[in-house]
Write a protein of this length. Sequence first.
Length: 251
Amino acid sequence: MRIDVLSIFPDMFAPLTQSMIGKALDKDLLDFSVTDFRQYSHDKHHHVDDTPYGGGAGMLLKPEPIFEAMDAIDAAHRGPKRVILLDPAGKTFNQTEAKKLAQEDHLVFICGHYEGYDERIRSLVTDEYSLGDFILTGGELPAMVMIDAVARLLPGVLGNAESAPTDSFENNLLEYPEYTRPASYRGMDVPFVLQNGDHGKIADWRLKESLRRTLQRRPDLLEQAVLDKKGTKLLREVKREVQTQQTDEPD
């Protein structure tokens, strides 16, 4: 996969050269580049923004630097691209969207700043995404979050191929609790089922605790979860146990 980013703050993306993403770059599993679109501005002061027509607060990104930066990317890398605009009005990014984007060959992220974009920039865009109902000073941080979420799904990026399928939000379930050594610490013990080596019972326990955690913390996700016969049975058990616990709690 190739990922291009258009930003006037390219140094902000230095952290992506570290950890698992850095290893993916070293292994050529990912090709990553940041273009400072200020170099495509048309005046000696390298302005990339201007005041909005009709008046109003703030400054808007001008179309010329973005269009010409995209022209340069298209000239260097032919073929289809998903061009992503980071915008508060975009679709909320989640794990399902990350998996879709991980199937693409080439992603381009446009990171805005200031009050917003000249509307004509949207003609370049295939997808608009937001991380949630809040406002940031620019698109760089959301782009980094999305790139990390997508890149870790690429084949060979994670050290353990089983890690991604058991992450939270896979099949709309939160991840089950996990433990490591020591088996007992400050009066808190690792559940015995995880220590007895019975992989069938461990799998059932993990699914049940995943369902319990999702029910307690994100019950909305369960409406979209696809459960088999065992999962449905375990969910009924969890609901009974949670209801009993709530009934037994003192007022």
